[in-house]
Design a protein around this ligand. Sequence first.
Ligand SMILES: Nc1nc2c(c(=O)[nH]1)N[C@H]1C(S)=C(S)[C@@H](COP(=O)(O)O)O[C@H]1N2
Ligand SMILES: [Mo]
Length: 384
Amino acid sequence: MVRHTDTPLTGGAVLFRSRLRSVRLTSLLGVALGVTFVVCFMTGLLSHLVQHPPDWFRWPSRPVGLYRFTQGLHVATGLATVPLLGAKLWSVYPRLFAWPPIRSFGHAAGRAGVAVLVAASLFQVVGGVLNIAHWYAPMPFFFTAGHYWVAWLMAGAILAHVGVQLPVVRAALSRAAREADADAVSRRGLLAGVAAAAGLITLTTVGQTVRPLAGLAVLAPRRPDAGPQGVPVNRTADQADVRARALDPSYRLKVTGPGGHADLDLAALHALTRHTAELPIACVEGWSATGRWSGVRLRDLVTLVGGDPERASVEVESLEPAGRYRTSTVAAEHVRDPLTLIALLLDGEPLHLDHGFPARLIAPNRPGVLQTKWLARITVRGLA
Ligand SMILES: Nc1nc2c(c(=O)[nH]1)N[C@H]1C(S)=C(S)[C@@H](COP(=O)(O)O)O[C@H]1N2
Ligand SMILES: [Mo]
């Protein structure tokens, strides 16, 4: 059977004696990690584009739950990576102590590439888990920017790694290698264990977005049904420091467009034609929950101030005095969609303060971070 070629330094044979380690095992785990990485990378890139759209990028408003699906997949594959990555690092870590540590320039470059890959992978997985746990203390940088750039670094390191290792992997996974594999039975047990761990993590977290599995979501940081009005909350009114402003009786929603301006108090908002839509909040952190929202169509407000509801884009602004998510842009695709609402009610009741009372944006197929709460101002932009 093929063992890894780097020989651990003296004593290694005793230290690292598991017979399960082999090029074949590492290759199998590598293929599995390749699959989870590609899915995680593509869905993550998509989420980045949706949140920071360049000019050429258009994100549709339908199907309403598309982002819920892609982001649920992003977080689920990221979490499933944890045991796979752990097992893969275990399968090769004796090579860390290979002797001599550097044999040639090429060997040194290869080891440096692997070091970058390992560091980037751990950064992504650990950072992602800390982020969904809302534990930012160990990350003294803006998480999403770090997560995004290191993903590219990781993609480059993986491409280089695959380029170097592909012949090794192909040989290790060939039929001849499989037949010559004396430890196949116990290795299958190990792989089954890793697969079971990945499956268990998925099963106990994916309920945060797949509602029928909600009862099993014991490891999920957010339960899809735990929160006021049956919908979770990421940032409360007190955390956002909007309580006084949101409850102020002189509250007005200020709507500005090319044809005029409207200051709408609660009574005026409630007097406008009301519509109801069943739409999910799909948080980038992987949880989602469907609500029955009622309120005013955004396109009707655009018309009210003389904008073109088919072509206008809109800027919404929160009462929140500071914070990254106090404003968002609603592109024309979403403005014109009749399901895009300035919601006043959730499940027939006035919005809970933590869900954005007096008024919030809710649009189909839109990341949770862009479903701005506690709206203060709506500005209709020209044609975009
Ligand atoms: N003004 C404002 N709106 C906001 C946020 C915020 O921090 N400030 N958080 C967003 C995030 S990250 C999510 S997932 C949704 C959650 O909405 P909910 O609390 O009603 O479930 O609100 C969004 N709207
Ligand atoms: Mo979110």
